[in-house]
Write a new protein. Structure first.
Length: 327
């Protein structure tokens, strides 16, 4: 099989080796000695350097990457391995970049791996990373679930979480529904996605929980660490539903390294009953203004709750912890 690149096997060439399902070791460049190690039966590819004097980078946040020292041919090698069958071709440019940084730029194995992973972060983002708004939204819902676990227990809290794919509101609790809105803005301003989002059902009241978070500073926590902590609070049968809800929200465990921002609550979340005086645009308000709702097939608007006093919330929403890691 032909090595089509001047330094690296082409993507199509790598694909040929993978399809052949036969392990192979190919030399790359000159100094230090480097090998591309292709192992289709094991579902891995790796780059390996005959370079002893280098510490190993911490790649534990990347589910599909492993860094190690390996003994081969009477020598110790530094190795970066990709262990994900479905993502081998997508991750291959990262391995090539590591080789170039070591051989052409003179970086140590440690620094080359760190720099390449940081440079190619957009590659992982292209594989389905949540948007910033989705990340912040999941932060708010995760905090809400953990609060509800403290109030009503894990079984009821997980059962109440309806998730992002449901047409209903975010949570369905005893006697009321709940919409959770989270923002990083200094004022409690929240986007409402359509005319039905703030419409109570005929038999249940609707509440909006306004959560304001800020980034950085003391007492902060990343989305991955929040999710890890949430998982420790849920055991038994609800765990399967929890994982399904996280997946529906866009969470992918293999992409956890993409979510580095840390958050803390700006203030205590505020609850508002969505009643006739609440600032909502609905089919009913458009009709009352003499407007035909069919002329507005898509409506998205922002509400500002800065000057609206919070209401006395249902008992399930009382005592929202200000410390993110408070149990």
């Amino acid at each position: 099989m032909e090595n089509l690149g001047r330094r690296h096997l082409s993507r199509s060439g790598l694909n040929e080796y993978l399809k052949a399902n036969v392990p192979a070791v190919l030399g790359i460049g000159d100094t230090p000695v480097a090998h591309l190690v292709i192992d289709p039966p094991a579902g891995t590819i790796a780059v390996r350097f005959r370079q002893i004097q280098s510490s190993l980078p911490d790649v534990s946040a990347y589910r599909h990457f492993e860094a190690s020292h390996v003994a081969r041919d009477g020598a110790t090698w530094c190795e970066l391995k990709v262990v994900a069958e479905s993502d081998l071709l997508e991750a291959y440019p990262v391995l090539c970049a590591v080789v170039d940084r070591v051989q052409l730029d003179g970086l140590s194995f440690h620094d080359a791996v760190v720099d390449a992973l940081d440079t190619y972060r957009h590659l992982f983002a292209g594989l389905g990373r949540m948007s910033e708004a989705e990340e912040i939204g999941l932060v708010g819902e995760t905090l809400t679930v953990m609060h509800l676990i403290r109030r009503i227990g894990a079984v009821h809290a997980i059962a109440a979480w309806r998730g992002p794919t449901a047409e209903e509101h975010d949570f369905g609790l005893a006697g009321f529904d709940l919409e959770v809105k989270t923002t990083t803005a200094e004022r409690p301003r929240h986007w409402i996605g359509d005319l039905r989002q703030l419409v109570p059902s005929e038999t249940r009241s609707l509440w909006l929980l306004s959560i304001q978070v800020t980034t950085g500073g003391l007492g902060t926590e990343t989305l991955p660490s929040m999710i890890d902590r949430l998982r420790t609070l849920v055991t038994g049968e609800p765990t399967s539903r929890l994982e399904s809800l996280l997946h529906d929200a866009g969470w992918r465990e293999q992409q956890r390294a993409l979510y580095r921002r840390s958050f803390r609550l700006r203030n205590r979340p505020a609850a508002y009953e969505v009643n006739s005086s609440f600032p909502a645009i609905t089919d009913a308000t458009l009709s009352a203004a003499g407007l035909q709702t069919k002329l507005f097939p898509q409506v998205r608007y922002m509400i500002d709750l800065s000057d609206r006093p919070a209401d006395d919330p249902p008992t399930e929403l009382l005592g929202f912890a200000m410390e993110l890691n408070s149990e």
